[in-house]
Design a protein around this ligand. Structure first.
Ligand code: SF4
Ligand code: SF4
Length: 354
C-alpha cells in the first residue's frame, strides 16, 4: 500500500477519513452523551457520567442547524452513543434531512435488537472500537468483555448489511499487532480499519499511554506491507514519517487541520468546538442552542483560520509549512498554551530548509 493512500486525512480526531477524507465535505461529530459502560485506557474525553444532557428537541434543533449550515455527514459519538435513548430517533431525523448518519460504538450496539433498530432508522455506517486481535490485550486496554462485545457488534451489523470499519488506537502497548489486527478484521468481516495514533489527552495522559517513534515506525511498516482487501487509513501519524514520506502523504491537502473548516464537534451540552481535542481543552466557540450555527461556522473560528498562515517559528521557515500548516493546534495548545506554535510532536529540525 502506498503512503498517499494510507493517509486519507491525518488528524487524530477526524472520524471518517475512510469515507470523506481528502474531500471538503463537512463532517459534524455529535457527542450525544458522556455516559459510557467502559473506561478505556486511551479515552481522550474520559467519558463516564451523564450530567446535563440535552433533550431530544434540543438535539433536533442542533441537527437541523447543522444541516442548514451545510453538513453532509453526522457522526454520533459519546461516551457510548447507544446509551442515549434518543439515538434511533435522531438517526432517523438526520437521515430524513438528507444527512449521512454514522456512529462509533465499543460494541454495546451489538445486541441484535439495538442494531436492527439503528439500521431501520437509517444508519449508514458503523465504526467499532477494537484495539487488538488478542482478547486479553484488548480487554486490558478497553475493559473486560469489550473484545467479545465488539465482535458481536461486527457480526450483527454485517447481517444487516451496514458497512463496518474497525477503529484501533495504536500505542506502545499494541503497535506490534497491526498485522494481526488486520487479519482478524478480515476474518470477522469488517470493511476497513482506521489506525489512530494515541493522543496524550484525557485517560491516555493519565495512564501514560504513548507511542514512541520507533514503535510507530513498526506499526506504519505493517500498514504499508498490507496487501489485503480492507481499506485502511492512518490518523495522527504524520510526525512519525520520514521527510519523503511526509511529502507524499501531504499530496491532496491531506495533512491540514480540518477544525472549524470542514469539521466541527458539538458536545453533550450543545457547546461547539473545532474538534474533539479542542473540546477536551474546553475551547468552545459558542453554544448551538443559543447561537445560529452558520454564524458560529462563519465567524467564530478566526483563530484557527489565522493559524493556517503559519506566521510562527519554526514553521514559518519550514519547507512543509503549506501542506502541514504547523500541525495540530490542539497538541500545540496542550504543550505550549497557545495554538500559535508548532506541533510538539514535530521533529522540525529535519524539515527546515534554511
Ligand atoms: S515545522 Fe511546523 S510546518 Fe514544519 S513539519 Fe513541523 S509542525 Fe509542520
Ligand atoms: S486541532 Fe485539528 S489536527 Fe488537531 S485533532 Fe483537532 S482537527 Fe485534528
Amino acid at each position: 500500500m502506498d503512503i498517499s493512500d494510507l493517509f486519507a486525512y491525518d488528524c487524530p480526531a477526524y472520524p471518517l477519513p475512510h469515507i470523506s477524507g481528502g474531500t471538503s465535505e463537512f463532517v459534524a461529530t455529535v457527542y450525544l452523551t458522556n455516559r459510557c459502560n467502559m473506561r478505556c485506557a486511551a479515552c481522550y474525553v474520559s467519558a463516564g457520567s451523564g450530567r446535563g444532557e440535552l433533550s431530544i428537541y434540543q438535539w433536533k434543533h442542533i441537527i437541523r442547524e447543522l444541516d442548514e449550515a451545510g453538513a453532509r455527514y453526522i457522526y454520533f459519538l459519546g461516551g457510548e452513543p447507544t446509551m442515549s435513548p434518543h439515538l434511533p430517533e435522531l438517526i432517523k431525523f438526520s437521515s430524513e434531512l438528507g444527512l449521512s448518519p454514522s456512529l462509533s460504538t465499543n460494541g454495546l450496539a451489538g445486541s441484535s435488537n439495538i442494531a436492527r433498530k439503528l439500521a431501520e432508522s437509517g444508519l449508514e455506517h458503523v465504526q467499532v472500537s477494537l484495539d487488538s486481535s488478542n482478547w486479553m490485550l484488548n480487554d486490558e486496554l478497553r475493559g473486560a468483555g469489550s473484545f467479545r462485545m465488539a465482535i458481536k457488534a461486527v457480526r450483527e451489523f454485517r447481517k444487516l448489511a451496514i458497512p463496518i470499519n474497525i477503529s484501533t488506537t495504536v500505542s506502545d502497548r499494541n503497535f506490534n499487532d497491526v498485522n494481526g489486527a488486520l487479519m482478524f478484521a478480515e476474518e470477522i468481516g469488517a470493511g476497513g480499519m482506521n489506525f489512530i495514533a494515541v493522543q496524550s489527552f484525557g485517560n491516555a495522559e493519565i495512564n501514560h499511554l504513548s507511542l514512541s517513534y520507533r514503535n510507530a515506525r513498526v506499526a506504519i511498516a505493517q500498514m504499508l506491507a498490507y496487501k489485503g482487501p480492507l481499506k485502511i487509513t492512518a490518523n495522527g501519524f504524520r510526525f512519525y514519517l520520514k521527510p519523503d514520506e511526509f511529502f507524499r502523504a501531504s499530496i491532496g491537502n491531506k495533512l491540514t487541520c480540518p477544525a472549524g473548516k470542514n469539521y466541527i464537534v458539538v458536545g453533550a451540552d450543545g457547546k461547539v468546538y473545532g474538534c474533539d481535542l479542542l473540546m477536551v481543552k474546553g475551547i468552545a466557540v459558542g453554544n448551538a442552542l443559543s447561537i445560529d450555527m452558520r454564524h458560529i461556522i462563519e465567524k467564530r473560528f478566526s483563530d484557527l483560520n489565522e493559524r493556517k498562515s503559519v506566521t510562527f517559528k519554526p514553521c514559518s521557515f519550514c519547507m512543509f509549512r503549506a501542506s502541514c500548516q504547523g500541525g495540530c493546534p490542539a497538541r500545540a495548545l496542550n504543550a505550549f498554551n497557545t495554538i500559535y506554535a508548532n506541533d510538539p510532536l514535530c521533529n522540525w529540525s529535519t524539515h527546515i530548509s534554511n
